[in-house]
Write a protein that binds this ligand. Sequence first.
Ligand code: COA
Length: 172
Amino acid sequence: MQAIRDAEPADLPFLHDVERDADRLFASVLGDVVWDASSGSWRAAQPGFLLVTGRPPVGFAHVLDLDGHLHVEQLCVRRRHQRLGLGGALLEAACEEAAARGVARITLMTYADIPWNGPFYTRHGFAELSAEQAQELPFITRLRAAEEALNLSDHGRRIMMARDLAPSSSSR
Ligand SMILES: CC(C)(COP(=O)(O)OP(=O)(O)OC[C@H]1O[C@@H](n2cnc3c(N)ncnc32)[C@H](O)[C@@H]1OP(=O)(O)O)[C@@H](O)C(=O)NCCC(=O)NCCS
């Protein structure tokens, strides 16, 4: 198993291509959909944290700090390296880091019914929030605007999921 580590400046130029490659997995269920991938330098400049695996990276987890709430903005692994446990390991490392930062919960938005989205996150301890619960999140307006800009709900039911985190004393 490859180690999970904090992204370094040399990793950043690779992240856009990792995301583009990973997203091609959606072609099997959504057809020829192409989403804009963010640059690694944009990701690194946001409040939050960025974990990678591989050197050069073949997968990453990007967690945004939205005014103190931690939210998984992206999780992706190159198709050639998928289904080897890397995505799960990145997600678990992201949850550990979030717990070490003292938050009680981490959130994400995903497709409810695509196997490597909602069901994958359910297996990793995330649960769907009701529309009312999601509406109460202080950053929901900002997230919905980002979702709408990419027309994500055109392709399936989008859901907010959350995982409660046990308090942690460890830190990366
Ligand atoms: C989600 C993602 C990061 C998982 O990475 P990964 O390294 O394959 O993750 P793991 O190996 O830990 O677990 C993969 C599990 O996802 C599901 N999965 C992955 N690819 C699948 C496929 N083509 N068909 C059905 N299920 C699939 C399976 O449950 C699989 O477990 P299994 O191999 O034991 O059956 C990867 O699929 C990806 O990059 N997808 C495209 C981007 C994306 O959807 N990101 C999440 C946005 S919210």
